[in-house]
Design a protein around this ligand. Structure first.
Ligand SMILES: *Cc1c(COP(=O)(O)O)cnc(C)c1O
Length: 282
């Protein structure tokens, strides 16, 4: 295969554009590996891995026994060995809808819920649905690099808006208005925030909703850390403003229930009366 002419016979090249995009987006794992390599050599000092996104690596974090029992019972019942509907089985969608509705001023229906393989697949599916030719999406900076990698893979143009460190990493709403045009399909917020840990106030989320409504763009709310908050702001789901602007909420059990390996996530349409997204996405 060293021989150039031998290689030319084959259609396979790999996706060069994608590998360049992935390298430039700088993955979380890539940075952690670099840090790890540079620290672990002869330095005797202990390290605290603050960049580690998997709490199950620490024995003090263990999910609830009822959750483990539920998995064991489900496997032993032999009722769930077959293919499930692509959107997820009804009891799971209903449980997710009921659980998330506890924080909302209206009730979600199981039809609003699409079960995914962790929040990562929720991001993938949502971006793929939004990426019509020529579209662009607004992403937070700093943010979660997986959004940039996915956008590159599907030719969705990315425009970054800044989070303002002087104002607790709130969204710079003026820059949103300057960035958006007729091809902007959505803006993404991560709340509670990764990597900054901010928990947005009710008031700020409402302003985000009003700005997005004015611009005619959806809000994609990555709430994978929902209810895992530091500081005094309580968690408010973006879906609480679903009557102002259609919201697509992404989440999973990975972080809150300390089981990222179980790979259970969701895409939820919070859109009781604007576009009725759950009907349109069928
Ligand atoms: C961890 C994380 C995800 C991925 O969640 P999984 O359920 O593990 O796939 C998505 N978004 C953010 C902001 C995250 O921190």
């Amino acid at each position: 295969m060293e021989n150039g002419s031998e290689l030319e016979k084959w259609g396979f090249r790999g996706n060069e554009k994608l590998s360049a995009a992935l390298a430039s987006a700088v993955t979380v794992r890539g940075i952690l590996m670099k840090l790890f390599e540079s620290l672990s050599k002869d330095d005797p000092r202990p390290t605290v891995p603050l960049g580690h996104g998997d709490p199950s690596a620490f024995p003090c974090f263990r999910t609830a026994a009822v959750a483990e029992d539920a998995i064991v019972d489900a496997v032993r019942s032999a009722k769930y060995n077959g293919y499930a509907p692509p959107v997820g089985i009804l009891p799971a969608r209903r449980a997710i809808a009921d659980y998330l509705s506890r924080d909302l001023p209206y009730a979600l229906s199981p039809d609003d819920v699409h079960v995914t393989i962790g929040c990562i697949q929720a991001i993938e599916v949502t971006m793929a649905v939004l990426a019509r030719p020529g579209a662009n999406i607004l992403l937070p900076r700093p943010g979660f690099p997986y959004y940039e990698s996915r956008a590159a893979a599907i030719n969705l143009e990315v425009r970054h808006f800044d989070l303002n460190p002087e104002k607790g990493w709130e969204v710079d709403l003026e820059s949103i208005e300057a960035l958006a045009d007729e091809n902007t399909v959505a803006m993404v917020i991560i709340n509670p925030g990764n990597p900054c840990g901010t928990v947005y106030t009710h008031q700020h989320l409402k302003k985000i909703a009003e700005t997005a409504r004015k611009l005619g763009i959806l809000v994609v709310a990555d709430e994978v850390y929902h209810h895992l908050t530091f500081g005094s702001n309580p968690f408010v789901p973006m879906g609480a403003f679903g009557s102002i602007v259609p919201v697509i909420t992404l989440g999973s059990i990975s972080k809150r229930w300390i089981v990222p390996g179980w790979r259970l996530g969701w895409i939820v349409t919070n859109d009781p009366n604007v576009l009725h997204l759950s009907k349109r996405l069928k």
